[in-house]
Design a protein around this ligand. Structure first.
Ligand SMILES: Cc1cc2nc3c(=O)[nH]c(=O)nc-3n(C[C@H](O)[C@H](O)[C@H](O)COP(=O)(O)OP(=O)(O)OC[C@H]3O[C@@H](n4cnc5c(N)ncnc54)[C@H](O)[C@@H]3O)c2cc1C
Length: 461
């Protein structure tokens, strides 16, 4: 590279830095190292620069700058994407971390949320009004990427996916233009935003419908691993006609050294069934009773608590900076042969931090037609996420192999397609996250709104 080229580049960066209210971070700057790292510590990529956007005008300035230079861009919302889609070698990262303001209109039951907010920012603003909308199973996930990938969570069976509550999005397109997408303007784009997994523009502000959700009946029952087949069968039966106010999750995990668990099981494989009931608590007690009666649990925890408290309960299971590798599969049914295939491998993970999460869908999620949004697998009955997790670099290969082995044993039972939010690698998304009709429609939208593919999330790395 000639000295002249470097000089030209530097003067361009200076021009961008001068146009931003936020900071521009270049390699060598102290904060560059911190912000190039995302939640998954296994991702190690170096963007050309990081534009820390303070507002929508900063986003527009940065996008126009990149478009002029034909420079690929990535958007960092919460930075939680397991495949690390927020960061790419040789691209400009638009870091929306400072754009986390949430404004609530309690009368209209609408929250306006900036594109870099986390779900805990949303809860902090909505819960004082006794309101909430569907956010993640943990509170540290970014609203941005989560929503663009559909958004499943504790409230989904009552309130729908996050995208079912999305009213509109303020966006900066790949050419720097600012627009609003909703059911009346840029209607096709609004369709693609809801589950298309990004790459159609930068959302600077989301408007969401809110629901009356103050406290919920939530908790978990822990069993020894030997009870896993019976617990899965109970989960399956219960899920078949569970009321919409109820969302369950079953987890294979290593029993933590928690005071509520007997000391002799600490560090041994266990299984937990967790629930969130967001309706009338007295009815919830009745409906959930059969889940409490099974076998001889190691512990029962939970009670009536603010929704935000429950949403934060599992945050400590997913610390930033550890190494993660996930696979995900979805199912129309959950038969005994599948249970026999799943349990032995799920119970023998290579690292005590690994978990396997079994989820159901249905309820309000399944009431929206598959092609009403770009989230085209909403008619699946169940999905399973295999959470490879280790703090030790040398165990990463083992957790990756274990997640692949589990995916293989589950594959004969799985239906085609995956939920985009849980893809462990960007290659898992290609051709799998949407059915073929939706893929074609998304391709056409990307060709129209980002013809040079500058924001393309699935670009080869
Ligand atoms: C511990 C953990 C728990 C999770 N729980 C759930 C869950 O309960 N339900 C669920 O559905 N998913 C869940 N996920 C998956 C999560 O929703 C996705 O990984 C999602 O991509 C994260 O969004 P983010 O903004 O934090 O990610 P980022 O890594 O910042 O971004 C992910 C993708 O979205 C794009 N993007 C982000 N913000 C914007 C924006 N404002 N405008 C345009 N593009 C944007 C990025 O460019 C990138 O392509 C979880 C992930 C983790 C790590």
């Amino acid at each position: 590279m000639s000295a002249g080229f470097e000089f030209t580049q530097m003067s361009s960066w200076q021009a961008l830095a001068a146009a931003l209210r936020g900071k521009l971070l270049l390699p060598g700057d102290a904060d560059y190292e911190e912000r190039r790292h995302v939640w998954n510590g296994a991702i190690d990529r170096r963007p050309l620069a990081i534009a820390q956007c303070a507002d929508a005008e900063d986003v527009s300035a940065a996008v126009k700058f990149a478009a002029r230079q034909h420079m690929p861009m990535t958007v960092r919302g919460g930075g939680h994407n397991v495949a690390g889609l927020a960061v790419r070698d040789g691209a400009l990262m638009l870091d929306l971390g400072a754009m986390n303001h949430v404004e609530v209109d309690p009368q209209a039951r609408i929250a306006r949320i900036e594109g870099g907010a986390l779900w805990r920012d949303v809860d902090a603003a909505t819960q004082p009004h006794g309101l909430a909308t569907t956010g993640g199973f943990v509170s540290t996930t970014g609203v941005g990427g989560y929503t663009l990938g559909g958004g499943v969570g504790w409230l989904m069976r009552r309130a729908g996916l996050a995208i079912d509550n999305l009213l509109e999005a303020d966006m900066v397109l790949a050419d720097g233009r600012s627009i609003v997408a909703n059911e009346e303007q840029h209607v096709d784009l609004f369709w693609g935003l809801r589950g298309g997994a990004g790459g159609l523009g930068v959302v600077t502000r989301f408007a969401f419908r809110l629901h009356e959700v103050g406290s919920v009946l939530a908790g978990a029952v822990f069993h020894p691993i030997g009870s896993a087949p019976d617990l899965l069968k109970t989960f399956r039966t219960f899920a078949a006609d569970a009321p919409d106010e109820c969302t369950l999750m079953l987890a294979f995990l290593t029993a933590p050294p928690a005071p509520f668990l007997p000391a002799h099981v600490h560090g041994t494989p266990a299984v937990a069934l967790a629930w969130c009931w967001s309706g009338d608590p007295a009815r919830g007690e009745q409906v959930l009773a059969p889940l409490m009666e099974l076998g001889q649990p190691l512990a029962r925890v939970g009670g009536f608590m603010p929704y935000a408290t429950w949403q934060q309960t599992f945050d400590s299971h997913a610390p930033a900076g550890d190494r993660y590798y996930w696979t995900t599969s979805q199912f129309d049914a959950f038969d005994d042969a599948m249970i026999e295939a799943l349990v032995p491998l799920a119970a023998t993970s290579p690292d005590p931090l690994c978990e396997v999460h079994v989820h159901h869908l249905g309820g309000a999620v399944a009431k929206v037609p598959n092609h009403a949004t770009a989230f085209t697998h909403r008619d699946a009955a169940f999905f399973i996420n295999v959470i490879g997790h280790t703090a030790a670099a040398e165990r990463f290969a083992a957790i990756r192999d274990w997640t692949h082995a589990l995916r293989s044993v589950l594959s004969p039972f799985a239906r085609a397609g995956i939920q985009p939010n849980f893809a462990g690698e960007s290659s898992d998304l290609r051709g799998h996250a949407h059915d073929s009709a939706a893929q074609a429609r998304l391709r056409a939208l990307r060709a129209h709104y980002d013809p040079d593919g500058l924001l393309a999330p699935l670009r080869e790395r």
